[in-house]
Design a protein around this ligand. Sequence first.
Ligand code: ATP
Length: 244
Amino acid sequence: KKESNMLEVKDVKVKYESKTAVKGVSFNLKKGEVAALIGANGAGKSTLLKAIMGLLDYKGTIILEGEKIDRLKVKERAKYIGYLSQNPNDYITKDTVYEELLFTLNNFNIQDKSIIDEILKKLDLYKHKDKNPRDLSGGEKQRLALANTLILKPKLLLLDEPTRGIDVNIKSEISKIIRDLSRDGVSILLITHDMEFATDCADKFMLMFDGEIVDIGDSRVLEDCIFYTTEINKLTREFISGVF
Ligand code: ATP
């Protein structure tokens, strides 16, 4: 059922004390759809992801598979939504890769532990099962963070710059994992500044500018993105040279 909506975001607004970072954003994501959220630094991308995860207060409505989730706390949402923050390595707390995943399952009272090996194999981490997560390479740590969300079998994945600081061959590994998950019906919303990576794995592109989604569609959106970046640079130059 690839046609049905997995996620519906309706007029979502997020305000920090002094500024509105997300100014009424609406979009839908179909089951198995991969969307890339692009835009300059400070456009509000991370804030939007955090709102969907329930990490920040927001106004508006978020619907997952037809059910409003606005009243659900982060831990409730985490049963359905996987979230990978900008610094997934900060969350390493245990002494082995296995224990790290076991901790997550126990946290959610999941009795069947067989999924740990299944996910470790899927992400090619099985051979590192007994290793200290701190000794993994950057790409392996990234995969462990992903394993930690996949272990709860999310319907929706939110990835904040999943390829940041990762070298080229691991990047293609991550886009393959994303494509596989999408084929299994998982919807994915990812933030990236890497246009090549975005074209590699996304079906849909959403351009965010100053708290709003200003364009949404196929890869042609990327051309707009270049326009907006140039426009921002122009405005900055004018600002600096005292036009305003
Ligand atoms: P980046 O690509 O740099 O992560 P972004 O598009 O994800 O940028 P956000 O991090 O969502 O942007 O930030 C949007 C705006 O909100 C920015 O102007 C930022 O300075 C501001 N902002 C972010 N976090 C906070 C906070 N905790 N308190 C106040 N303002 C914040």
